[in-house]
Ligand binder design. Structure first.
Ligand code: CO8
Length: 263
């Protein structure tokens, strides 16, 4: 059985971590399969958004596979960490948006996966935290860097040093999700609905926005603005905006073509 399932419906691919017996913990196989699934989705000109979720009712992802981690010496730990970090960074900078549909527990690397996604939608059953310090570990898939940017340094430090878990309402209140939590049975339809809304926008514009955000992440404002200028000028001069603006002026829905070239 594959550790990660993918299913495409129209222009949305759903990627499901499928190890419910291990609460969808991230072993090497899952990490490789996640990267492959996102690379494949990003290379498919028909796919305009990805929904990422976990199998089963209990967990989105319970973090790094502690059975795989146990007994790892420095010789194996360093490359394992680096390759995991590369996967998370690849997800973060994917040219297609990745909506994490957080169906339950998201701990450790599972929470870090939420932070690397474009944005999450939370089920009311979601529970998030970074319990690594209680294991004598530290968040190693970007949590020490991405959580402070997401919620501010003090809140992030408190969460990491205490290992405190938070429910979906608190995560939403902290700004970790753009929309309020939804009942579990509404999570996937709602996440798919958001993905379809994004899929109806200009696909090149969506990619350009993601690229501008990623380029500006830690760059000085003027550097980010220079990147934005280039991407905005390309958009203004492109066929996609010709269609989008004509459709607006003609009072009809825009029909955006799938990008011809692989991304
Ligand atoms: N890794 C491997 N197996 C896991 C994990 C995990 N992270 N979490 C749960 N499981 C397994 C359990 O071992 C159990 O399997 P089995 O039945 O074979 O013993 C099964 O999933 C069900 O788990 P529980 O029986 O524990 O279920 P409960 O409902 O009692 O508890 C919890 C659920 C609270 C989620 C509990 O399982 C738990 O605390 N899990 C660990 C969560 C955690 O600490 N995650 C952080 C891991 S560290 C991390 O992510 C660091 C990332 C960066 C470092 C990377 C270095 C390479």
């Amino acid at each position: 059985m594959n550790a990660v399932r993918t299913e495409r419906c129209g222009s949305v691919t759903t990627v499901t971590i499928d190890r419910p017996a291990a609460l969808n913990a991230l072993n090497a196989e899952v990490l490789d399969a996640l990267q492959a699934a996102v690379t494949e989705a990003a290379a498919d000109p028909v796919v305009r958004a990805v929904v990422l979720t976990g199998s089963g009712e209990k967990a989105f992802c319970a973090g790094a596979d502690l059975k795989e981690l146990a007994g790892m010496g420095p010789d194996r730990a360093y490359p394992a960490m680096r390759s995991g970090q590369r996967v998370f960074r690849a997800l973060e900078r994917a040219p297609v948006p990745i909506i994490a549909a957080v169906n339950g527990i998201a701990l450790g690397g599972g929470f870090e996966l939420v932070l690397a996604a474009t944005f999450p939608l939370l089920s009311t059953r979601a529970s998030l935290g970074l319990p690594e310090s209680g294991l004598g570990l530290i968040p190693g898939y970007g949590g020490t860097q991405r959580l402070p940017s997401a919620v501010g340094s003090r809140v992030a430090t408190h969460l990491m040093l205490t290992g405190a878990r938070m429910d979906a309402e608190r995560a939403y209140a902290l700004g970790l999700a753009p929309l309020p939590p939804v009942p579990p049975e509404e999570l996937l339809p709602a996440a798919t609905g958001i993905a379809e809304t994004i899929a109806a926008q200009g696909p090149r514009a969506v990619r350009a926005i993601l690229a501008a955000i990623d380029s500006g992440r830690d760059a000085p404002l003027d550097t980010g603005l220079a990147v934005e200028t280039g991407l905005a000028a390309t958009a203004v001069a492109g066929a996609e905006s010709t269609e989008g603006v004509s459709a607006f002026l003609d009072r009809r829905p825009a029909r955006f073509a799938d990008p011809e070239e692989p991304r």
